[in-house]
Design a protein around this ligand. Structure first.
Ligand code: 3PG
Length: 205
């Protein structure tokens, strides 16, 4: 998972409502410099979208919103390279480990981080980032957990992403801002490529 998170400073979170948008969306984001894409398992076409996007040259497709072992298996079969979750369930972790499916599990508290540390994770999604104290909380968590790196998600934008990426314990950030639904609906792929390009200029060291 570390290698995947180091490919770009930002992982776009994609909510795809129209299957016809999957490939042009992935192409626009990859062309803009964001190769790692998280497709939220939140719409009826998400699994089919992942299968199509996995064939776009240069794209690394992950499944987001993965809550259960069943979700993980469906995402793996659809061609996802990794899974992310806003939290974790031990059954989900067991399933991903059994199948060698890289998982970025989520945590928002010290106790959740300790449970994930105990399961062998040192890269964790920090969710919901802004609502859980954002940069100040991540800095505070860095003291007891110097070995943990985070991918903060939730409430991050082009204007505040750099504040997170400057932290030594942040590997990358993720968020929906590079691919807003209204731009997808209007099929403004050039605009999405431009947003991706701006996001790519952020520095994750
Ligand atoms: C989500 O739930 O869609 C992701 O966490 C992204 O959140 P964001 O829209 O605040 O970037």
């Amino acid at each position: 998972m570390h290698m995947i998170c180091r490919q770009a400073p930002v992982i776009p979170v994609l909510v795809i409502e129209d299957l016809a948008h999957a490939v042009p969306l992935a192409e626009a984001l990859v062309a803009g410099g964001l190769p790692v894409l998280e497709v939220a398992l939140r719409t009826p076409v998400a699994l089919q979208a992942m299968s199509l996007m996995a064939r776009v040259p240069g794209a690394t497709i992950g499944a987001g919103n993965v809550m259960t072992a069943k979700h993980a298996m469906e995402a793996l079969q659809a061609g996802a390279t990794f899974a992310t979750s806003p939290g974790f369930a031990h059954s989900l972790i067991d399933c991903c480990k059994e199948h060698g499916f890289p998982l970025l599990p989520g945590a928002a508290t010290a106790s959740e981080i300790m449970q994930l540390l105990d399961r062998g994770f040192d890269l964790i999604k920090f969710f919901p980032a802004a609502a859980t104290g954002g940069v100040a909380t991540l800095k505070a968590l860095g003291a007891p957990f110097p070995q943990i790196h985070f991918c903060p998600t939730g409430g991050i934008s082009q204007s505040n992403a750099h504040e997170y990426l400057e932290l030594v314990n942040v590997a990358c950030v993720s968020g929906s801002w590079p691919a807003p639904l209204e731009l997808q609906k209007a099929e403004l792929w050039g605009d999405i490529r431009q947003l991706a390009h701006q996001a790519r200029q952020l520095n994750n060291g």
